[in-house]
Design a binder for this molecule. Structure first.
Ligand code: GDP
Ligand code: IMO
Ligand code: MG
Length: 424
């Protein structure tokens, strides 16, 4: 068996949570491979909306194991809150949710360092979710981090104290940065106690054994390809590998064991936080997309920047991830637009380019658009793709031809049921 991968092709919030939930009945295991509580994955069914940050989006389906992989970073406080929100649904998390012993812990001081670093950057700030993601991954690669496996050891407190001391030393260099660590430590230690009661495993072994035994596994990505630490719009990125390769390192799966790669994208494009966004609409159209698409962050509530779909950016993401099929999300949001634009190429210093360039951060990249007919109707009640308006099907065909990958799912609303199958 191979591991299928589901990940975002844009700047995050493409609708990964919804599609993981929709696809979960086809799998035995859902495993998050990177990121942490900077993610906000929304699921909607039976009139209830759920937002998950660390817990994989397969958690609501029975008979499916959910794994938080070694590539994920965990904030015990946020994790505990997520678990509390699951309580009314009587999910047996002890059996259904497994956590890698190698996943790293976000300390209260990581969050403080994140805040201090962003404040010091002033107008050049990344627009981080301030969940401590960057500092935690820095300690991981710096070989200072604390891992889930450490919480079971006798000298955990000692290890914690040593790392905090180091952080406090760094925070001293940030003038006028005030904080009350004790206030943050109490709930953190409570969260650690909750974590201790869950099931920690050697997840790489578990996953590879499961593959051998014929189990079907879906790896769930967080953030999006353009936020990848290597391939995103650096430095305006997150601190992990959000791409398919991140599955290999974040779960311990060999590259030869990767199966289908499902790339999720919105019928338009959004970004939250700072950094380049070539097709951004700083006008009424952008505001209209934001209002119609409720484009406000699931984690921070910040308004998302909106723009048209960007073909060179999408092709870049498809290339890096080896995408084998696409899911187009939020098609309903464009339902009242007479015309829809798509960026087909850019002008860089007057020269036509069709690839996503290195100097996107500093340059004045001008997107060039092609205009297509809008479908001009409500899609949210549709049950079959074959009954969808011609203009929508034309848009899908146009994108499939440009992107050279089939669009197998067209999403027409936030609910589980508002999902159209377009299997070819
Ligand atoms: P994720 O981080 O990729 O899981 O995406 P988010 O949950 O942060 O953001 C996606 C938002 O769009 C959520 O509020 C979803 O409920 C919503 N959503 C997902 N698919 C659709 C869709 O097809 N149409 C509409 N209108 N909303 C959708
Ligand atoms: P999901 O999984 C959208 C953005 C932040 C910021 C940058 C760095 O819900 O798609 P960080 O907190 O990682 O230091 O922030 O990345 N960002 C996201 N944007 N969706 C996310 O996750 C994001 N996670 C981080 O806004 O610009
Ligand atoms: Mg999100």
């Amino acid at each position: 068996m191979k591991v299928d991968v589901l990940l975002g092709l844009q700047w995050g919030d493409e609708g990964k949570g919804k599609i993981v939930d929709v696809l979960t009945p086809r799998y035995d295991i859902i495993a998050r491979f990177q990121g942490g509580p900077n993610a906000g994955h929304t699921l909607e069914f039976e009139g209830i909306k759920h937002v998950l940050h660390t817990i994989p989006s397969g958690i609501f389906r029975e008979n499916v194991i959910n794994i938080v992989g070694n590539g994920v970073v965990i904030d015990p406080v946020i994790f505990q809150k997520e678990l509390e929100k699951l309580e009314p649904f009587n999910i047996n998390v002890k059996d259904r949710l497994l956590i890698s012993k190698k996943a790293h812990l976000i300390l209260p001081t990581h969050r403080l360092l994140d805040a201090a670093s962003e404040a010091a950057k002033g107008k050049n700030k990344i627009g981080s979710t301030l969940k401590g993601i960057g500092p935690t991954y820095m300690d991981k690669t710096g070989r200072n981090g604390l891992r889930v496996g450490d919480i079971y050891t006798a000298n955990f407190q000692e290890k914690y104290n040593a790392l905090v001391e180091k952080h406090v030393g760094i925070l001293k260099h940030h003038e006028n940065f005030e904080y009350n660590l004790e206030e943050l430590e109490k709930p953190w230690m409570e969260g650690i106690n909750v974590l201790r009661q869950l099931t920690a495993i050697d997840s790489e072994q578990y996953i590879n054994d499961a593959l051998k035994n014929g189990k079907k596994i879906l790896a769930e990505g967080a953030q999006g390809t353009m936020l990848d630490i290597d391939f995103g719009t650096y430095p305006f990125v997150t601190s992990s590998n959000t791409v398919t390769a991140g599955t290999c390192t974040g779960l311990g799966v060999a590259p030869t064991k990767i199966g289908n790669v499902i790339g999720i994208f919105k019928a338009y494009c959004t970004r939250v936080g700072s950094g380049p966004f070539p097709t951004e609409l700083n006008d009424e159209t952008g505001e209209r997309i934001r209002a119609l698409g409720h484009e406000f962050g699931a984690t921070t509530g910040r308004p998302r920047r909106c723009g048209w779909l960007d073909i060179p950016q999408m092709k870049y993401a498809i290339m890096i991830n080896g995408v084998t099929e696409l899911s187009m999300m939020k098609s309903d949001v464009l339902g009242s637009f007479e015309k829809i634009k798509v960026c087909t190429h850019y002008l860089l210093n007057g020269e036509k380019i069709e690839h996503f360039p290195y100097d996107v951060v500093d340059s004045n990249l001008i997107p060039v658009f092609e205009e297509l007919e809008g479908w001009n109707c409500d899609l949210t009640q549709l049950n079959n793709y074959s009954e969808s308006p011609k203009a929508l099907q034309n848009y899908v065909n146009y994108l499939e031809q440009k992107l050279e990958v089939p669009i197998t799912v067209v999403s027409v609303g936030p609910d589980r049921k508002q999902t159209l199958d377009n299997k070819h």
